[in-house]
Design a protein around this ligand. Structure first.
Ligand code: URA
Length: 250
């Protein structure tokens, strides 16, 4: 584990990390312990580079650290073959305390290049869909079933979905959203562990654990079939209703 992260962890748990000063340079060029310093330890502060340098580590909450640990684990993941073809992992983006969680299938070329989910053309449509529901991208947490791009955007293989499942489960557990929006057939089928066609998954409220799931058309499909946008709006209305008023089968 990264040393800074480990220190942040300990500090967030209320454990002060005291380390001896390392020493001072002497004329001979070597490093020797400074006798005063050796007796007087100093508190190691994490004032460094990296994602959380903007705030003091002792203010970091346990959940925030858990996110960082998970993200780091995902970024180094070699659980399936996709690690050898990815540019980088795509962990997810948005609010860690979002009421809405959006789950797509897998990163595409733009996402693989930028390390963020839904940033290509389909992402623009997703942003519009969220706006229609009164949400900004920053209000929701967006991720995918797979955290790595399958070559040539082929469908995820079962072994890849299984390898990634634990990451998604932890993300859902940490966000604890009021609603999950499963975006597209593959995301819906993998999440709900069913082979039921998309047409029969739409229009009903499903569950992932105890969290309601509403299935919507994939924005890439809406780009190809703009006339279906009306149906997509029906799906979104069901999601809004479910998020606001809890789980009710229409
Ligand atoms: N399609 C997806 O399902 N997810 C992305 O992140 C981008 C496109």
């Amino acid at each position: 584990m990264d040393e800074n992260l480990r220190l942040s962890y300990l500090e967030a748990m209320g454990i002060q990390v005291w380390i001896p000063r390392t020493g001072t340079e002497v004329a001979s060029g070597g490093l020797q312990p400074d006798s005063a310093a050796a007796e007087e330890p100093c508190l190691q502060r994490n004032l460094s580079r990296g994602g959380h340098s903007e705030s003091a580590p002792d203010k970091m909450s346990g959940p925030r650290i858990r996110w960082q640990v998970l993200e780091q684990e995902v970024s180094g993941c070699t659980r399936c073959e996709l690690h050898s073809t990815r540019t980088q992992t795509v962990f997810g983006s948005g609010s860690h305390s979002a009421k809405w969680m959006v789950i797509g299938e897998a990163p595409g070329a733009s996402e693989d290049a930028q390390g963020k989910p839904f940033v290509g053309k389909a992402g623009q449509v997703l942003t519009e869909m969220l706006r229609a529901a009164g949400l900004d991208r920053d209000d929701v947490f967006i991720t995918n079933i797979l955290k790595c791009r399958p070559p040539d955007n082929r469908d995820p293989r079962p072994v890849e979905v299984d390898a990634c499942e634990g990451f998604l489960k932890q993300q859902v557990e940490m966000v604890r959203p009021d609603i999950i929006l499963a975006v597209g057939r593959i995301a819906a089928q993998k999440l709900l562990k069913t082979e039921t066609p998309l047409g029969r998954l739409r229009g009903r409220v499903h569950r992932y654990g105890d969290i309601p799931v509403v299935v919507v058309y994939h924005p890439a499909y809406l780009l190809r079939s703009p006339l279906e946008k009306r149906k997509a709006w029906e799906d979104l209305k069901l999601a809004i209703e479910t998020a606001d008023n809890g789980w009710k089968q229409p």
